[in-house]
Design a protein around this ligand. Structure first.
Ligand code: PEP
Ligand code: MN
Length: 273
C-alpha cells in the first residue's frame, strides 16, 4: 500500500498496546459503556454492571460529535470527571472521544485512550495533536473512507511519534438502509495483512440495531479482531444518544458469555491468536 512508512507491515512486529495491563493486540478486549456520559449515577451504575459482566475497559463520550447541533453535545469537563470517578471505583481504564485539537492536552489527563471519531478521521490537525501526546489513540474508520485513507490517517499519528494506535472498524456508508452502517468485517483480516496495528470492531455503530450486535460481536471474534467497543446503558430507553443500538447490562452479560466461549474455539490457525 502506497505511502505507508510506519503503519505498514514492513517486517515490523505486531503492535500491542498496553493500557494499565490490558493488552490490545492479544486476545479479545471488550470496551463497553454508554454512548454518552449523562450523569454520575448513570455512568457509575453502567460501569459497575459492565465490569461485573467481564468488560476490560469503560467507554463514554463527554464530547459528542452529533450530526445535529441541537442534539445533546455531551457534558465536557464534567463528563471527564465522572469517567475518572468510574475508573477509580471499578479499576476499568477509560476510552473517551476528543473532537478538538485544543482539548487534547487536558483531555489526556482524564483518559487512558483517546478516541478519534468517524467524522474526524481526516481532521489532520487533530491527528497531529494526538500524535504528539503520550496516550494511545483509537482511530475509527471514516464512514466514507477506504482502508488506504484510514491507514494514511494512522500514519499521521505515528509520524508524530505516538506508536500506540488502535484501529476501529465502525461501519461504512453503503446503499443499505436497513442497517445504520455496513460493518465491514473483511477490513479486519485486510488490516492484519497490511499493518502491524491492532484492530477492533464497533458492532453498535456498525449496525445501529440491537438484535444484530451479539451476532456481529461473535463474527468479530471469528474474523480475528483484537476486540470490540460496544454501547451499554443501565436503561437504554433513557439514553440521550444512540438509544436504539444500546444493550442493557443483562443483554451485555449474555453476549459476553458467548464471546468468551467462542474465543476458546478460535485458534491460532485462523487468525494468529
Ligand atoms: C461513538 O463512539 O459514540 C461515536 C460517536 O462513534 P462514531 O464516531 O463511530 O460515530
Ligand atoms: Mn454512540
Amino acid at each position: 500500500m502506497k505511502g505507508l512508512k510506519l503503519a505498514g507491515l514492513n517486517g515490523n512486529q505486531k503492535t500491542i498496546v498496553n493500557v494499565d495491563g490490558v493488552k490490545i493486540g492479544t486476545g479479545f478486549v471488550v470496551i463497553a459503556g454508554p454512548c454518552s456520559v449523562e450523569s454520575e449515577e448513570q455512568t457509575l451504575e453502567t460501569a459497575h454492571a459492565v465490569k461485573k459482566a467481564g468488560a476490560d475497559m469503560l467507554r463514554g463520550g463527554a464530547f459528542k460529535p452529533r450530526s445535529s447541533p441541537y442534539a445533546f453535545q455531551g457534558l465536557g469537563l464534567k463528563g471527564l470527571k465522572i469517567l475518572a470517578k468510574a475508573k477509580d471505583e471499578t479499576g476499568l481504564p477509560i476510552v473517551t472521544e476528543v473532537v478538538d485539537p485544543r482539548d487534547v492536552s487536558w483531555v489526556c489527563e482524564y483518559t487512558d485512550i483517546m478516541q478519534i471519531g468517524t467524522r474526524n478521521m481526516q481532521n489532520y490537525s487533530l491527528l497531529k495533536e494526538v500524535g504528539k501526546s503520550n496516550k494511545p489513540v483509537l482511530l475509527k474508520r471514516g464512514m466514507y473512507s477506504t482502508i488506504e485513507e484510514w491507514l494514511n490517517c494512522a500514519e499521521y499519528i505515528l509520524n508524530e511519534g505516538n506508536s500506540d494506535v488502535i484501529l476501529c472498524e465502525r461501519g461504512i456508508r453503503t446503499h443499505e438502509k436497513y442497517t445504520r452502517n455496513t460493518l465491514d468485517l473483511s477490513a479486519v483480516p485486510a488490516i492484519k495483512e497490511l499493518t502491524h496495528l491492532p484492530i477492533i470492531t464497533d458492532p453498535s455503530h456498525g449496525t445501529g440495531r440491537l438484535s444484530l450486535i451479539p451476532p456481529m460481536s461473535l463474527a468479530s471474534v471469528a474474523c480475528g479482531a483484537d476486540g470490540m467497543i460496544v454501547e451499554v446503558h443501565r436503561n437504554p430507553k433513557e439514553a440521550l444518544s444512540d438509544a436504539d443500538q444500546t444493550l442493557t447490562p443483562q443483554q451485555f452479560e449474555t453476549m459476553m458469555k458467548d464471546i468468551r466461549k467462542l474465543q476458546k474455539f478460535v485458534g491460532s490457525e485462523i487468525n494468529g491468536k
